[in-house]
Design a protein around this ligand. Structure first.
Ligand code: ADE
Length: 226
């Protein structure tokens, strides 16, 4: 898989891909993440990428031409399965969408800033719009990092068996059960007896019950979905 991220603040995206699981996935060649500085496609001597909005009003709008130049260059080099715009008014991101996107080959993620992009970018270049939640971030970069992380950890070979994504919260519409590690007793706070029993059938049942209970209490909405 290859993910191309287009941003006016590419430095914001350095850290998330330089550590831990994502770093290893990139080093192993399981995914390629390329961040593009939109300014390099900006207009004129000052490489501008935004301008005042027609009709007046506060806030700048990202111009279509630099975005067109950048996307067109990328599209001339390879085919893309989706050209995604990160925006608070997009489709709400969830595990199901992460699963679907993890099956794709090449993705572009365009990060919005200021008032967002000229609407014609959305009409003519964008194939999918994603929001990571009902709140407004200062730009789409952190959202692109969140979505990339959720996708990349699902790619075959990224997680080891011990960290398998199959037992994550949301993967089967249930929240994950509680987990414990050493010591068995801390200040008199005990690890549930059953986890020390060595009876794996009982442990699996216990975990399933805990998942169900937790989901009923914390996220009953998940149980009503298909
Ligand atoms: N850009 C700003 N806020 C966002 C959000 N909630 N999701 C995706 N992109 C965004």
């Amino acid at each position: 898989m290859r993910i191309d991220i287009i941003s006016v603040v590419p430095h914001l995206l350095e850290s998330p891909f330089s550590h831990s699981i994502l770093k290893r996935a990139i080093e192993k060649g399981l995914v390629e993440v390329v961040v593009h500085n939109l300014r390099e496609y900006g207009l004129g001597k000052h490489r501008i990428t935004d301008d005042y909005q027609f009709g007046g009003g506060a806030g700048m709008v990202m111009m279509i031409e630099p975005i067109d130049r950048c996307i067109s260059k990328l599209k001339s080099e390879r085919n893309y399965d989706e050209i995604i715009y990160m925006t608070p008014d997009g489709e709400r991101f969830n595990q199901k969408m992460a699963n679907q996107l993890s099956l794709k080959g090449n993705l572009i993620m365009l990060c919005g800033h200021y008032k967002g992009v000229d609407e014609r970018v959305r009409e003519h270049f964008i194939t999918k719009e994603i929001s990571i939640g009902d709140y407004v971030l200062s730009g789409g970069e952190l959202a692109a990092a969140v979505v990339s992380d959720a996708i990349i950890r699902l790619l075959p070979g990224v997680l080891s068996d011990e960290t398998s994504a199959l037992t994550d919260s949301f993967q089967d519409n249930f929240l994950a059960p509680p987990v414990y590690t050493r010591p068995e007793d801390y200040n008199g706070w005990q690890v549930p007896e059953i986890l020390l029993s060595g009876d794996h059938k009982k442990i699996d049942n216990w975990r399933f019950e805990q998942s169900l209970e937790r989901t009923k209490i914390r996220r009953p909405d998940l149980l009503n979905h298909e």
